[in-house]
Each structure stands twice: as structure tokens, then as C-alpha cells.
Design a protein around this ligand. Structure first.
Ligand code: FPP
Length: 267
């Protein structure tokens, strides 16, 4: 299994031949989120059924988790199944759920061994009870791990997440524990599924589409976006490094000015 190369509890050594020399390990994005797109196109180009694309996509998940842990990324969040994906044919939905279950079954030991904390983001109630049980078991078993935080978004929708947060906040208001005028950004953030995570610094989308597809729409307000033409099943360590390099070349101002370059020339 791909993750066997992790070094337990620490960051495995990166060798010069697998790391671009320009990549600055002191300026890594803390949280990388990925829209894993293009499984269907990858399969169609090979005259394979869509499910073969998803299966190859699951292998890319393993590779990418390994690459992110090896690089020293703090949090990796992967978009595996959206609230809209239920509209796909039943056989495809079932296959995606099976792949997720298979991933948990096969990878739990590796997640543990490599100090990775696992969690699922989304409305989990609609998932099949056996899958939900596996998810909760993996979350519980890895809850004390202190390495990479791997979040997989399943039955996830950004708008649904905000609706759920609003309901929780409205309950606090109705119970008199919060007044409407006290509501700030942090109340929304604290009630999202991602409340324990920092906002993503880098959002990667594979297979070239320039869309957010309802993914982490609150959290990515200031994320850098990297779109690669590579279809998800072909994504690997080199693509992750390329995305991080692209991120490191951006000038992040969060609505302010670049201190070194612009502050002296305002007037
Ligand atoms: C988008 O490609 C991808 C998905 C809807 C599913 C992502 C699922 C996996 C990568 C595999 C299982 C996940 C885990 C965590 C083991 P698409 O089918 O929309 O591609 P297309 O746009 O080319 O048709």
C-alpha cells in the first residue's frame, strides 16, 4: 500500500530528487483543499466505464495523502461526494460509496501508523448505516493523532453547511444565549463542519474547470486557487508540488497592501 513509505509520527525525509529546489518548506500552505475532478473524463478517454475513473481516483487519493504528509502539510481536505452527486445514476453513487468504505477499511491502519487524524465533513445522516459506522470508527480511532488532518467531504455542500450553521446560531438566539447584534464572522466559522480547521490557504481543482462547485464557499474567501488540466486519477506528488510552488509565487494581501512593495508609495 502506498502509505507504507510514511515515517511514523514524523515527517519523512524529502530527497532532493523528489522536491523542486524552488519549493520553500518554511512557507507551506497550512491547509490545502482539493476539488478532485475529471474521473469520468479520464475513464472516457480510455474507453473505460466511469467507475474505473473513480477507482483510479481512489488510488490518487492515497498518493496525495502520502505526498501531503511527506511534504508537511497540516490539513488536507478532499471533495469526494457533493450533496448534488445523488443525482448521478444509482450504480455510480453506490460505487463511490463502496470506494469510500474500501478506503476506510484498507487505510485505517496506515492512517493510524502515520499519525493522521481523519474526519468526514458533510451531512452524514443520509449515508448508509454501515458506511457511517466505518466513518465514525475511523474518526474515533484517529482522534488522538497529531499529524496531518485528513478531511473528506461526503454528502457535502457549501450552502448546506452554511444553512446548518445558521440553524445552530438561530437556536442560540432563540434560547437567549446570543443576541443578533453579537453575531460576527467567527460565529459562522465556529458552526461550520470545518470549525476545527484553519481556512484553506490553497484550493486545487483538477481537470481544468474554473468553478468552485459549492465547495467550502465560506472558508475559501482568501484562498489562492490553482487549477490544473490534469485529471484527478493522474494527479500525484509532482502536481501537488507544482500547486504549492504556484501558491508560493502569489502575493497574498488579504485585502491589504504588500508591506514591502506598496506602503511607501501610497501618497
Ligand atoms: C469528480 O469527477 C469526482 C467525483 C464526483 C468523486 C471523487 C471520488 C473519488 C476520487 C474516489 C473515491 C474517494 C475516496 C476518498 C476514496 P467526475 O466524475 O465529475 O468527472 P467528470 O467531470 O470528468 O465526469
Amino acid at each position: 500500500m502506498a502509505m507504507r513509505n510514511f515515517i511514523k509520527g514524523t515527517r519523512p525525509e524529502l530527497t532532493a530528487d523528489c522536491l523542486p529546489p524552488q519549493l520553500d518548506l518554511a512557507r507551506l500552505p497550512e491547509h490545502v483543499a482539493i476539488i478532485m475532478d475529471g474521473n469520468g473524463r479520464w475513464a472516457a478517454r480510455r474507453s473505460l466505464p466511469r467507475v474505473a475513473g473513480h477507482r483510479a481516483g481512489a488510488a490518487a487519493v492515497r498518493r496525495t495523502v502520502e505526498a501531503a504528509a511527506r511534504l508537511g502539510i497540516g490539513c488536507l481536505t478532499l471533495y469526494a461526494f457533493s450533496t448534488e452527486n445523488w443525482k448521478r445514476p444509482r450504480a455510480e453513487v453506490d460505487a463511490l460509496m463502496r470506494l469510500l468504505k474500501e478506503f476506510l477499511g484498507k487505510e485505517l491502519r496506515n492512517l493510524q501508523k502515520n499519525n493522521i487524524r481523519f474526519q468526514v465533513l458533510g451531512r452524514c445522516e443520509r449515508l448508509e448505516p454501515k458506511l457511517l459506522e466505518e466513518i465514525r470508527r475511523a474518526e474515533q480511532a484517529t482522534s488522538g493523532n497529531t499529524g496531518l488532518v485528513l478531511s473528506i467531504a461526503v454528502n457535502y455542500g457549501g450552502r448546506t453547511e452554511i444553512v446548518d450553521a445558521c440553524r445552530r446560531i438561530a437556536r442560540e438566539v432563540a434560547e437567549g444565549r446570543l443576541s443578533p447584534s453579537e453575531i460576527e464572522d467567527r460565529h459562522i466559522s465556529d458552526n461550520l463542519y470545518t470549525s476545527s480547521l484553519p481556512d484553506p490557504d490553497l484550493l486545487i481543482r483538477t481537470s481544468g474547470e474554473m468553478r468552485l462547485s459549492n465547495f467550502l464557499i465560506w472558508q475559501i474567501a482568501y484562498a489562492e486557487i490553482h487549477v490544473t488540466p490534469t485529471c484527478w486519477p493522474d494527479f500525484g506528488e509532482r502536481d501537488l508540488h507544482e500547486a504549492v510552488l504556484d501558491y508560493q509565487n502569489r502575493d497574498r494581501r488579504f485585502g491589504g497592501l504588500n508591506q514591502a512593495r506598496e506602503v511607501t508609495s501610497v501618497q
